[in-house]
Ligand binder design. Structure first.
Ligand SMILES: Nc1ncnc2c1ncn2[C@@H]1O[C@H](COP(=O)(O)OP(=O)(O)O)[C@@H](O)[C@H]1O
Ligand SMILES: [Mg+2]
Length: 289
């Protein structure tokens, strides 16, 4: 098993405590993020996903419990907060609304500048990150407000990638994009993962999306961890998932129906690719090849 890099210990977050608006958004959550893994955090709207992940780089402080980065409490000192901000990159939901600099270049450079890197290093990182997400050189001097929605999203992601985080956390990165835009963003994220070996945490409410990339999944329900495990373990609990307002991936439903018809499919079939190879293998076996 891979070593954990980041952990939460009995993390609880209460909004507006002691007021009539008091709301426990995250309750007693202990999770770990392992080096180099792709972790999917899934849950219906309001289950506490965004609140939870905003703790991971000390943007939001726990009401109780701790967040540990390489074993150290990230809220211990100014220094530990700075370290967490550099190592844990957080891309918000609809990050394009948070672009604010006059040029695309300055927007991407914002994070690296705060890390007090040299001008040369910053310049190299900005250009590399832009290239990485497919933002062309010519766009760097333009205003971010001139860009299309998909381009703005890529600029926002480039700004975080330019900090070269060891853990890249993305809150619903595909939300509101068309299928082609979703695929491009996902390709960029996976390329960052493959090239750097960084751990990736992707928040989503789409099971099909999680099925296609996650090594491991955590399911939140009413601010608590309801399930944790490999995708096939989580998806095998379809009844419980539906009870939490989550649909199982389309392919697990298809596989269930085929099993009822007597087709012997393995448990680990939950993406189109897995279905195709499982059926191909059965067909080969049937032909005695
Ligand atoms: N800034 C806030 N102030 C008060 N309540 C909030 C705030 N942000 C979120 N909440 C509440 O906390 C709960 C969890 O929200 P959130 O973390 O955004 O969940 P998710 O990302 O899974 O949709 C919800 O009931 C939401 O209304
Ligand atoms: Mg959210």
């Amino acid at each position: 098993m891979k070593e954990p890099i980041l952990k939460t210990e009995e993390l609880t977050h209460i909004y507006s405590p002691g007021t009539p608006f008091e709301m426990t958004a995250v309750e007693n959550v202990s999770i770990e993020i392992r080096k180099g893994e792709i972790l999917g955090i899934i849950g219906h709207t309001g289950s506490g996903k965004s609140t939870l992940i905003q703790h991971l780089n000390a943007l939001v402080k726990p009401s109780s419990g701790r967040v540990l980065l390489e074993g150290r409490d990230i809220n211990e000192s100014k220094d530990s907060v700075r370290d967490a901000r550099a190592k844990v990159g957080l891309v918000f939901q609809y990050p394009e609304y948070q672009l604010f600099e006059e040029t695309v270049y300055k927007d991407i450079a914002f994070g690296p500048k705060n890390m007090k890197l040299s001008e040369d290093e910053i310049d190299g990182r900005v250009r590399r990150a832009a290239r990485f997400v497919g933002v062309e050189e010519e766009l760097l001097d333009r205003s971010p407000f001139d860009l299309s929605g998909g381009q703005k999203r890529r600029v926002a992601i480039a700004g975080v990638i330019a900090m070269m985080p060891e853990v890249l956390v993305l809150d619903e990165p595909m939300a509101g994009l068309d299928p082609q835009g979703r695929e491009e963003i996902m390709k960029n994220i996976l390329a960052y993962h493959d090239e750097t070996g960084a751990a990736i945490v992707i928040v989503t409410h789409s099971m099909d999306e999680a099925a296609s990339y996650a090594d491991r999944m955590i399911v939140l329900n009413h601010g608590r961890v309801a399930m944790e495990g490999a995708p096939e373990e989580v998806f095998s609990r379809g009844e419980e998932l539906r009870g939490m307002g989550l649909a199982t991936p389309v392919m697990t439903d298809v596989a269930d129906k085929l099993r009822k018809l007597g087709v012997e499919l393995p448990a680990s079939v939950y993406t189109v690719e897995q279905m195709v190879s499982a059926l191909t293998a059965l067909e080969r076996g049937r032909r005695g090849a």
